[in-house]
Design a protein around this ligand. Structure first.
Ligand code: SAM
Ligand code: SF4
Length: 456
């Protein structure tokens, strides 16, 4: 791995969890417009439906956190929030074609496992009452291991959950103290073992590098521990420092953030240890065991990406988001709910739905989104093939993404990308800076550069 390449390309840029990125969503989207989009989505692809449920409560707030969450509320507020989620599901269910199937449900936050699991069961029962599921849907929850009991795992399994992600962040309790985070209640290795015994697949751990107190050596120890725990998947997120959005992150500046060079070394050490141990790199910050669905999808070039991370094209559907700040991700556009839990409860109690911002796709947006998704997920893109999908020529696709060969010149010189007539291939090392490569195909980029975190 050539670290100079990372340094050279360590620039701010979108993460392309959506295209256009969330910074392009515009406020003022009305309930009528939202319902129109929901009805239209019944005729769009994919046919399957994925649901996302956002739980914006955490018992304690980590100083590094970039998520939409807040401190846990009194039981009565949580009850009202859960009722609002149920109302929202019932409002949207009215407009969804009941011959469609649910292929995925993802619970994120915040910390969904920190609320009473009765509420989780209640919401799952509402989904089952209204919708049909595919034979083996993926039902996942992001869990904070400090608040996870073995009985919770049993209950989640009974409620249909079959995927779990554990937010470890760092195994070192001193680092966790510096970022105001509670450690796992039980040894992570035992939790993962138990999850696998219970039939959970794609068990994932989240780690972050770039926090105060972390060094190249300590991060290597984290990775060694992770390899010993043997999860099916692992996310090693580069700490995204955006204090202009998340003011609590300023505290970490005082506690001493690692330098960009140190962060790079952590990434390199982690990457080498993980690949030696047989993990396959999926995009920039995800790894999976060679037999895992994500690694297979990468091999078969059927990997996709949404706000929940990397997903396989076979199972993912159009995503309908429930809860504050959740994003509905349709073929025709993105709609985000109002941001805070209190605004959400108010809107739902008054109107049954709570859209705020949106970005509807133009035909050109659809094409750029496909080009960027192919680069980001599968490292290969052919202008002619994409054109065929949309009734355009390769020349027209190039014009729409504002393609200029000079934008790829440096990548080609650094042996990160090759271009052969209409086909672009990202080389193995290019995958580490794939979002920079994707930026070369983004005609909207120039106006927003300064608002994103850096690649590493
Ligand atoms: C909703 S949390 C996962 C569930 C639970 N709240 C927890 O913390 O364990 C989503 C993940 O985002 C990652 N994350 C949060 N803030 C981040 C930041 N500023 N930079 C990079 N990753 C971040 C963490 O790894 C975290 O596990
Ligand atoms: S990282 Fe997880 S637990 Fe920590 S504040 Fe963010 S959402 Fe809550």
């Amino acid at each position: 791995m050539n670290l100079n390449i990372f340094k050279k390309y360590n620039k701010p840029g979108p993460r392309y969890t959506s295209y256009p990125p969330a910074t392009f969503f515009k406020s003022g989207f009305t309930a009528e417009q939202f319902i129109e989009q929901i009805i239209r989505s019944n005729d769009d692809q994919p046919q399957n439906m994925s649901f996302y449920v956002h739980i914006p409560f955490c018992p304690r707030l980590c100083h590094f956190c970039g998520c939409n969450t807040g401190i846990s509320q009194k039981e009565e507020v949580i009850r009202r929030y859960v009722d609002a989620v149920i109302t929202e599901i019932e409002s949207i269910a009215k407009y969804l074609d009941k011959s469609r199937n649910v292929s995925q449900i993802h619970w994120g936050g915040g910390t969904p496992n920190s609320i009473n699991l009765d509420y989780v069961e209640e919401i799952m029962a509402v989904f089952r009452k209204h919708f049909r599921f595919i034979e083996k849907p993926e039902i996942a929850m992001e869990c904070h291991p400090a608040y996870l009991e073995y009985e919770d795992i049993d209950r989640l399994a009974t409620a249909g959950f079959n995927r779990l992600s554990l937010g470890v962040q760092d195994f070192d309790e001193e680092v966790l103290k510096l970022v105001n985070r509670a450690p796992s209640k039980y040894p992570v290795k035992d939790l993962v073992h138990y999850l696998k015994e219970k039939g959970f697949r794609g068990v994932n751990l989240d780690l972050i590098y770039g926090l105060p107190g972390q060094t190249k050596e300590s991060f290597a120890r984290n990775i060694q521990k992770t390899i010993d725990v043997s999860p099916d998947r692992l996310a090693t997120f580069s700490y995204a420092h955006v204090p202009w959005v998340k003011s609590a992150q300023k505290i970490l500046e005082k506690r001493g953030l690692p330098t960009p060079d140190e962060k790079l070394q952590m990434f390199e050490t982690g990457h080498n240890l993980l690949t030696e141990a047989g993990y396959v790199a999926i995009g920039m910050d995800h790894y999976a065991k060679a037999g895992d669905d994500l690694a297979l999808a990468l091999k078969n070039k059927t990997l996709a990406r949404n706000f929940q991370g990397y997903v396989t094209r076979e199972t993912t559907g159009q995503v309908y988001g429930f809860g504050s700040s959740s994003i509905t991700q349709l073929w025709g556009g993105y709609v985000q709910n109002v941001k805070t839990a209190s605004q959400y409860i108010q809107e739902i109690e008054a109107h049954g739905i709570a859209p705020d911002k949106a970005c509807l796709m133009t035909n050109d947006n659809l094409i750029v989104r496909e080009v960027i998704a192919e680069i980001m997920c599968n490292g290969r893109m052919n202008f002619e093939e994409i054109g065929q999908q949309f009734g355009k020529t390769a020349f027209e696709v190039k014009r729409i993404v504002a393609f200029q060969p000079e934008k790829l010149k440096e990548f080609i010189e650094d042996d990160l990308v090759s271009i052969n007539k209409n086909e672009i291939n990202v080389h193995k090392e290019g995958f580490f800076i794939v979002r920079n490569i994707a930026m070369a195909f983004d005609p909207l980029l120039k106006t927003t550069e300064a608002m994103y975190s850096k690649t590493i």
